[in-house]
Design a protein around this ligand. Structure first.
Ligand code: 5AD
Length: 352
């Protein structure tokens, strides 16, 4: 069928036109969908075998100077109970995580001015000194190029900065005017330039998102070629301007994971916490669509419920780092194996 042909051409590394991509997006049901997932899994297996990489997520501060309309830790949310972890607490998370088999630590936080470049580089150096065989990923937002350079020099390996939407008009509906897509893109360019394994990404079903926006996202990702792509459903948070908006769907999110695996065969693609939040088997479905990363929560138990970007975020149970055995079980039941490995982007490991 013509749809299968489009999927085959995508899997063969061909660049599809916007109209062709739109066609794949529109007709994403039934048998085409299964075929797309099968081709995506084939690529996933060719590049990564049956390995799923894990990252220990340490949510070290929920203070944020930004005011993104979708996010529960936005600065205007007076109901958020704010916290910061100390360096000792963060290192303790790493120690526990290392023992469990984590070889990547993701330091994620709001844009918190308390964490100056000096504090961040100190933290990165301490983790790299204690765990030289581990990768450190930062996810702390928009910074000056000089700051990114300092983090990289301190030993940080990767940086996650979702672009959120590649459509300028849509970007303006999700963020106050003090933030711009232009600046976001400049940061992403700087990160890649400096040598970080760089992660972009977007939410599915965020308010105002149209198929045109998603096409912009796909074309941006194809052209930018990030090493990592984070895609999860938008989920409303009760204390934000988007409280009454509908969540993104499992169906579209999983389909987009498959499409991205076809477009960027070597990309590190997480089945996100948000995906696991909207549906119990969401992360497994993500893996079966071509995702190859899971990011269990390594944050101390008492702060987990405070890092609430959206409502009902799962943070205990199967996705918690302590329950890695359950995760191993869940992955093995669908034919995958959790790797004790840094899990660098192919071509980016420092010993290659
Ligand atoms: N629903 C889903 N994802 C969200 N994020 C922030 N708020 C929400 C929400 N309400 C995502 C953003 C951000 C990442 C850390 O979390 O895409 O980049």
């Amino acid at each position: 069928s013509p749809l299968h042909l489009l999927i085959d051409r995508l899997a063969a590394g061909e660049k599809l036109t916007r109209t062709e991509l739109a066609c794949l997006l529109e007709r994403r049901e039934g048998e085409h969908r299964d075929y797309l997932f099968a081709r995506a899994r084939e690529i996933q297996h060719r590049v990564f075998g049956n390995k799923v990489y894990i990252r220990g997520l340490i949510e070290f501060t929920n203070y944020c100077k930004n005011n993104c309309y979708y996010c529960g830790i936005r600065r205007d949310n007076r109901s958020a109970s704010r916290y910061r972890l100390t360096e000792e607490q963060i290192l303790e998370c790493c120690r526990a995580g290392y023992e469990l088999g984590f070889r990547t630590f993701v330091l994620q936080g709001g844009e918190d001015p308390y964490f100056t470049d000096g504090r961040i580089t100190g933290l990165v150096r301490a983790i790299k000194a204690g765990y030289p065989d581990c990768a450190v990923t930062l996810s702390i937002g928009e910074k000056d190029r000089a700051s990114y350079e300092a983090y990289f020099a301190a030993g940080a390996d990767r940086y996650l900065l979702r672009h959120e939407t590649a459509n300028d008009g849509h970007y303006g509906k999700l963020h106050p005017a003090e933030l711009s897509l232009r600046r976001r893109m400049e940061c992403l360019r700087d990160l890649k330039d400096i040598g970080f394994q760089t992660g972009a990404g977007f939410m599915v079903g965020s308010p105002g998102q149209t198929m045109d926006c998603i096409l912009d996202d796909l074309e941006f990702l194809r052209d930018f070629e990030p090493e990592m792509v984070g895609i999860g459903p938008f989920i409303p948070h009760h204390d934000t301007p988007f409280a009454a908006c509908a969540a993104g769907t499992l169906e579209l999110t999983v389909y987009l994971l498959g499409l991205v695996r076809l477009m960027l065969p070597r990309v590190l693609l997480p089945a996100t916490t948000a995906l696991g939040t909207i549906s119990p088997g969401g992360r497994e479905q993500g893996i079966l669509a071509g995702a190859n990363v899971v990011m269990p929560n390594l944050s101390p138990g008492d702060v987990r419920e405070k890092y609430l970007l959206y409502d009902n975020k799962i943070c205990t149970g199967n996705e918690a780092a302590e329950c890695l055995d359950q995760l191993r079980q869940a992955m093995s039941s669908i034919g995958y194996e959790v790797a004790v490995d840094r899990g660098d982007a192919p071509g980016h490991s420092k010993t290659e």
